[in-house]
Design a protein around this ligand. Sequence first.
Ligand SMILES: [Zn+2]
Length: 285
Amino acid sequence: MNLLINAIESIKVGVEDYQEGSHARLLASVRSIHAGVLLLYKEALRRWSPPDSDEVLMKTRILPRRNAKGIVQFVGEGTKTVDVQQVKERFAALGIATDWTRFDRITNVRNEIEHYFTNANKRALESVVSDAFVLVRNFVTTVLEQDPLELLGDETWQAMLKVSEVYEAERAECAKSLSAVNWESAALADGVLDLTCPSCSGNLLRPGDDYKNYEYDMALQCRGCGESCKTRNFVPRAIELALGGARYVAHKDETSLEARFTPSRGHTHRRKPRKPLKTNARDQV
Ligand SMILES: [Zn+2]
C-alpha cells in the first residue's frame, strides 16, 4: 500500500506547490506531480505481480528461480524499480492502458522547465496539472479500480478539476481549429494535435490565421504565451510525434521532409495509412 500512499502524497504536494505559485515551488510542483503519476504506474505493476515473485513486474532486474517444487519462475531482484521505458514495455505486454501522450507531455515540461524556466511557464504548469488530473482520474478508476476523489481528497481534487476544466476547454478549441485544416497528410494531421509550444511547453497551439489548407508559410500560434511557430519548425516535430522515433528515421530515408512539404510540387506525396497512435489517448477523456 506504500506505493499508492506515496503516489497520492506526491501529487497532493505538487498541487499545493502549484497553488502557492512561487518560482521554486512551481519547479517542485512539476517534479512531484510527475513522480506521483509514475508511482501510480508502479503500483499497478506491483498489483499485477504474481504472489511470491518479489514484486517482479516493478523491478528493473528479473531473474529465473526454482521454487520449492522445482518449477522455474521469474522473480524481482534488488531494490531498483522500473524506469518509464520499462513501465511502457510492461504495460504494453500486459495490456494495461494509460494515456502516454499526456504522460510524455508532463515529462517534457519537467525536463524543459528545469532548463528554461520563465514566468510564461505558468501555462505549462497548468497543462501539467490538467494532464495529471485526466491521467489520475482515468488510471485510478479503470486500472486500480479505486475512487480518485476519495484517494486525493476533496481539496486536491477540486483544485485539479478547476484547472483542468478551463485548460481542457481551451485545448479542445485548439484541437478543433487544427483539425479544421486540410493538412494533406494523415501523419501531419495527427502530429499537430500533440505539438507543444517550444517557448512555454503548453499544448495550446492553433493556426495563427484562418487557413483552410496546409500552406508552406503558415504559422501556429500559442494561446498560452503568444509565441509563433513556423512550418519549418513544427512540421518535422509533428511528423516525428505521429510516426514515432524509429518510423521517423525510416521515413527520412525514403524521402526528405523538405521535398514532401515544399509547395511547388503541389503536395504530390503519397498519403501514409493512419497508424493507431496511442493506446487510449484522447478517447478516455
Ligand atoms: Zn507558448
